[in-house]
Design a protein around this ligand. Structure first.
Ligand SMILES: [Zn+2]
Length: 340
């Protein structure tokens, strides 16, 4: 009796589910079958009239029928949802002919542009671009560069000490030493990087700035190679008309040492506001690597010689872009950066 009734409800429910066109009519079917006054609910309520010994069997039949109907309903609902989604996607197809939204991406920093240009020039002359640690041992930053403890140069390059033996490097020159220790000549390298000094911030100073170190070591390297290389460098950077001038100078790690000036590329050497009336602009320090420095790094100064130079990246960027305050390079004001 119950079995037949259940079968009838099941068949009718399945047919109604099949016919249901949308989720609303599917819900109507649910109410009609499982609702408070639903057909199925009536059968469940009739359980109390079933003989106790038959209840487990009848209960199992009811559960089985309920599960079957619910499963079919869920399937139908999923299908409807999928269909609705498909229709919506079709409706909302993206119009690829519409103009795209512009993404605001950043801008390359003048330091970066300048560094890439300098690297390109030296790579073109067969130099490797290498890097070294910013947190450096006292030995590499000073001692191995012929600046022993107590040397006056240490006062000029006061820096930030981690402890007695470890500091923030004051120059990129320690990378020279690391390269000489690691490689056999010939060595041709530039080493760009951040350096530190305990300087107050002003228009021409910053506690953190960038240098580009350069070094060539081989048999028979002379001061003529130094002059030729650096002249080629400034011609590529500032133009072929620029003249160079070497003034004797002193650095502990080179002998002889010089500072190199270039003729003012603004006025051509006549003197102007840009070159402070001098006609020349100081650009870098250089010299022949001191025999003691070669020796300390395990290179025989009787066999090999070399030259080295160091140039401030900011100095080049300021000159190249005619910026008169170094602080502008660190403030990262987008209105400033966008000009380059
Ligand atoms: Zn000038």
């Amino acid at each position: 009796m119950v079995k037949e009734k259940l079968e009838e409800i099941r068949q009718k429910a399945m047919a109604s589910i099949e016919e249901a066109k949308d989720q609303e009519s599917l819900n109507d079917v649910r109410v009609k079958v499982f609702g408070k006054k639903g057909e199925f609910t009536k059968v469940q309520k009739g359980m109390k009239d079933v003989a106790p010994e038959d209840r487990p069997k009848v209960g199992a039949m009811i559960n089985e029928a309920r599960a079957a109907i619910e499963e079919r309903m869920n399937e139908a609902r999923e299908k409807m949802q999928q269909r609705a989604l498909d229709e919506r996607l079709k409706r909302e197809t993206i119009d690829v002919t519409l103009p795209a939204k512009k993404n605001k991406i950043g801008h390359r920093h003048p330091n970066t542009i300048t560094l890439e240009e300098v690297e390109k020039i030296f790579i073109g002359m067969g130099f490797d671009v290498v890097e070294g640690p910013e947190i450096e041992k006292d030995y590499y930053n000073f001692t191995a560069l012929n600046i022993p403890k107590g040397h006056p140069t240490r006062d000029e390059q006061d820096t930030f000490y981690i402890n007695d033996n470890i500091l923030l490097r004051t120059q990129t020159s320690p990378v020279q030493v690391r390269q000489m220790e690691a490689k056999k000549p010939p060595i041709r390298m530039i080493a760009p990087g951040r350096v530190f000094r305990s300087d107050e911030v002003d228009a021409t100073h910053s506690p953190s700035f960038h240098q580009i170190e350069g070094m060539v070591i081989d048999k028979g390297i002379t001061f003529a190679d130094l002059k030729g290389t650096l002249e080629m460098f400034v011609h590529k950077l500032f133009g072929d008309d620029v003249k160079v001038k070497f003034r004797p100078h002193h650095f502990p790690f080179t002998e002889p040492s010089a500072e190199m000036d270039v003729s003012c590329f603004k006025c051509g050497g006549k003197g102007c506001r840009f070159c402070k009336g001098e006609g020349w602009i100081e650009i870098l320090g250089c010299g022949m690597v001191h025999p003691k420095v070669l020796e300390m790094s395990g290179i025989d100064p009787n066999v090999y010689s070399g030259f080295a130079f160091g140039v401030g990246l900011e100095r080049i960027a300021l000159l190249k872009y005619e910026i008169d305050d170094m602080r502008l390079l660190y403030e990262n004001d987008i209105r400033f950066l966008q000009q380059f």
